[in-house]
Design a binder for this molecule. Structure first.
Ligand code: GDP
Length: 322
């Protein structure tokens, strides 16, 4: 019998790479997608509509799908935007996880089945970091409504594990990017602009704090870690990152460098992209994942910037022809 996976946020970057990975492993994959996403009509096959701000049909979805593994990736995941819509972010990114955990607890009772639950926790929870690099034992200091909501979900996940013996785990993933990253995130915003500038479709790129440092990896590598986390004998929490940190400036250097342009000629600072509170530095200590999951990221920082620029060059070339 094929194992059955349910992925919330199936239409996001990670949902894409994770469904590909699980299908290759012969899982039957079902997805949850948000009703509030513009441009989506009827849900495709094996997809269910649910907005985690609401969540009233979660029980029904679980009864239909009968999952073995649930990957909760759905969230309002944009940090800057979370300052504008903090209550909605708390509903979706925070209470939404609790809605799902509670539905899973009842489903386990009804079905007499043990489910494995993955919570997409975030390095943003470390926020104003108290030590560097950050590991599973580093205290949190969230710096945005998004990060506060993720801390809530992190603890709810652990609480369901400890209170009800559920197999519930947190993957604390550092920033992970790909050609499927949303265009409002800094890496993708940069690689898209690089391609458009190279093709003469755009003159300038406006950014906020380019001195911020992140531990950036490739999303395709990180979904492998999500799966591995749910294959362990005992449920546990893991930090997933590369262990290297780079500034936005360095990403600019790498991305513009990939098409032999000098970023300093094109980038302007626009304070509208500053955040009320900034996370200056994130850097993972992925020792536990390396030792217990045998997980290693494969794509390097330079390769990541290059592959994203190459993908955006193709898209912008098509757009230019049309
Ligand atoms: P985050 O780490 O989840 O907030 O991922 P982002 O890709 O949104 O932002 C990464 C870093 O880039 C943050 O420190 C931002 O302040 C910084 N940054 C600088 N300019 C921009 C910009 O124009 N857009 C975004 N999204 N981030 C920017």
């Amino acid at each position: 019998m094929n194992r059955v996976a349910l992925i919330s946020g199936i239409n996001g970057q990670d949902g894409y790479y994770l469904s590909k990975l699980l299908k290759n492993k012969n899982y039957k994959v079902h997805g949850i997608t948000s009703c509030s996403k513009p441009g989506i009509g009827e849900p495709p096959q094996n997809q269910y509509y649910c907005d985690f701000a609401e969540g009233s049909n979660l029980n029904e979805i679980l009864d239909q799908v009968q999952p073995d593994e649930v990957y909760h990736l759905a969230a309002q995941s944009h940090v800057r935007l979370s300052f504008d819509i903090p209550v909605y972010t708390a509903e979706v990114t925070g209470v939404g996880t609790l809605r799902l955990l509670e539905a899973l607890r009842h489903y386990e009772k009804r079905s007499q089945k043990k489910i494995r639950f993955y919570q997409a926790s975030s390095s943003e929870m470390f926020g104003k970091v108290v030590e560097s690099p950050q590991s599973e034992t580093t205290p949190f200091h969230p710096r945005s409504p998004y990060a506060c909501a993720k801390v809530f979900s992190y603890w709810q996940t652990i609480n369901y594990r400890e209170s009800y013996g559920m197999y519930a785990c947190n993957g604390i993933l550092f920033n992970h990017e790909s050609p499927r990253r949303g265009e409002a995130f800094v890496t993708r915003k940069i690689t898209k602009a690089v391609s458009r500038i190279k093709l003469g479709m755009q003159d300038k790129l406006y950014l906020g704090n380019i001195d911020a440092k992140r531990d950036w990896g490739f999303a395709g590598d990180y979904v492998e870690a999500m799966w591995l986390i749910l294959q362990q004998e005992k449920p546990d929490d893991f930090v997933i990152g590369t262990g290297e940190t780079h500034s936005v400036r360095e990403f600019l250097e790498a991305a513009f460098g990939a098409v032999e342009l000098d970023w300093k000629k094109y980038v302007e600072i626009d304070p509208q992209y500053y955040r009320p509170a900034e996370v200056e530095l994130l850097c993972a200590d992925p020792t536990k994942a390396r030792q217990k999951l045998n997980w290693e990221p494969k794509v390097t920082f330079e390769e990541l910037a290059r592959l994203m620029v190459e993908a955006d060059m193709k898209l912008s070339q098509q757009e230019k022809i049309l």
